[in-house]
Design a protein around this ligand. Structure first.
Ligand code: ARG
Length: 469
């Protein structure tokens, strides 16, 4: 019924009679997932023993021996020669056991003074996520760079622009591709801004109320590469909004990939035939030899659901918690670990797929004017002739209806029929009835005209290479 988890290597137990039940041990254990924090835990402990030494709780010789032992322990963890045992509750207990194995119980036993697993874990999740944010940002930058170069490669190619998924107005393919780059740039900015709040050290908060030993929290923060200590020990140990904010940004990255994926899946269908996927970034069917499937895009779309689940699960965990630390907070880790793992496999595959997409230029060009997508150009041409927009809309609507009845395109309406629709419709309206003219005319801020697209490319080239130091 009971195990020895509260025995020699547990971090607590002296006031308990007998050990915890096996069922509790099994429930409580986190070492199978928090082991990935081992390097961060050891870095935290190395910073902590500096604070202990500087406050006079360790001699220089003790500090030196402990630090050497921690470096040795890190080496063993990295080689895999030190691993967690079933009896270790979490990464912190396992590593304290490892330190004691190397430094001896007397010296190793001094390390826990002035800290709690509560301030420890609140710090480690930050240092871990800060590193992961860098990795993820670098992968998002790669994707932005690919989008920018694909846009540059296809300058001057028109495609149908849609609203409500219906043909709306022709746009430049480059403009459309860049429309997928900008949200990713905002995700990068979000991660950059998030760092301000993540970049603080809860070390010194202790279990919840602070510590009595006069340990220097600035020293620890500095050693961990963080900007400084947190301001309130209760908040520091109890809050996970920094984790939730990371999770929100990670899920938004997933959502942005998913939106693009939906288009790629449709574009690759026989009906659309806008793009061909590269063999290396598409899959076949086990039964249908002809198939070429957009699995990366589908997995991106599917995994965005999973990322949203991670975020909402975490938010639900946080919503009912009184101050300060509650064990519920152990549940903060698996969702963000899963998000990190998911984005880490997804982003490179997605970027490769986009880098190798083959666009069917002639098909895109041919469909760009379909569905009377130049009608707005007629209406705006009328406005330039001082016709009120309300009337211009009405006149153009009648022209579209004439075309539908007579199976004509807008530029094919005979002069006499135009005149019959409205005196304002003179033959020179045909000047704006080309896809190229329509795109060129949309030269206002953020428009699809070539100069505006080139401006975006230049702006994105400046933003994208900014990686975190
Ligand atoms: N494994 C715990 C967590 O992830 C560490 C903190 C445990 N603290 C405690 N008082 N039981 O949150």
């Amino acid at each position: 019924m009971t195990s020895q988890a509260s025995g020699s290597n547990a971090l607590w137990g002296s006031r308990f009679e007998g050990g915890p039940s096996d069922a509790l041990v099994a429930l409580s254990r986190s070492v199978h997932f928090d082991w990935r924090l081992a390097g961060y835990d050891i870095a935290g402990t190395r910073a902590h023993i500096m604070a202990l030494q500087s406050a006079g709780y360790l001699t220089l010789a003790e500090h030196e021996k402990l630090d050497r032992s921690l470096v040795e322990l890190l080496g063993r963890v990295q080689q895999g020669s030190f691993v967690a045992k079933p009896s270790d509750e979490d990464v912190h207990s396992a590593l304290e056991r490892g330190l004691i194995e190397i430094a001896g119980v007397e010296l190793g036993g001094k390390v826990r003074a002035g800290r709690s697993r509560n301030d420890q874990i609140a710090t480690l999740i930050r240092t871990y996520l800060l590193d992961q944010a860098n990795e993820i940002s670098a992968m998002v930058i790669d994707l932005v760079e690919v989008l920018v170069s694909r846009a540059e490669e296809h300058l001057g190619v028109a495609m149908p622009g849609r609203t409500h998924f219906q043909h709306a107005q022709p746009v430049a393919l480059s403009h459309h591709l860049l429309a997928h780059a900008w949200p990713l740039v905002r995700d990068l900015e979000r991660l950059h801004d998030w760092r301000k709040r993540a970049n603080l050290s809860p070390y010194g908060a202790g279990a919840l109320a602070g510590n009595t030993l006069g340990l220097d929290p600035n020293l620890v923060a500095h050693e961990l590469g963080l900007a400084g200590p947190t301001q309130n020990s209760i908040d520091a140990t109890a809050s996970r909004d920094v984790v939730a904010e990371f999770a929100f940004i990670a899920s938004l990255i997933g959502i942005n990939l998913s939106r693009f994926s939906e288009e790629i899946i449709i574009w690759a269908s026989a009906e659309f035939d806008y793009v061909k996927l590269h063999d290396a970034y598409s899959t076949g069917s086990s039964i249908m030899p002809q198939k070429k499937n957009p699995d990366i895009a589908e997995l991106a779309r599917g995994k965005s659901g999973r990322l949203i689940g991670d975020l909402t699960g975490l938010l639900a965990t946080l919503k009912g918690l009184p101050l300060a630390y509650n064990r519920d907070l152990q549940e903060d880790k698996e969702p963000v670990f899963d998000m990190v793992d998911t984005l880490t496999v997804l982003l490179p595959a997605f970027t490769g797929m986009v880098a190798t997409l083959e666009f069917n230029r002639s098909r895109l060009e041919q469909l760009a004017p379909a569905g009377f997508s130049l009608a707005t150009d007629v209406a705006e041409w009328l406005v330039k002739k001082k016709v009120a927009f309300r009337d211009a809309h009405d006149i153009t609507g009648r022209m579209v209806s004439f075309c539908e009845q007579n199976k004509l395109e807008l530029h094919e309406v005979p002069d006499a029929d135009m005149a019959a629709i409205s005196v304002h419709l003179t033959p020179d309206v045909r000047d704006v009835l080309t896809v190229g003219g329509s795109i060129k005319a949309r030269a206002g801020a953020g428009g699809t005209a070539l100069p505006r697209v080139l401006e975006q490319i230049a702006a994105l080239r400046k933003i994208a290479p900014k990686r975190e130091a």
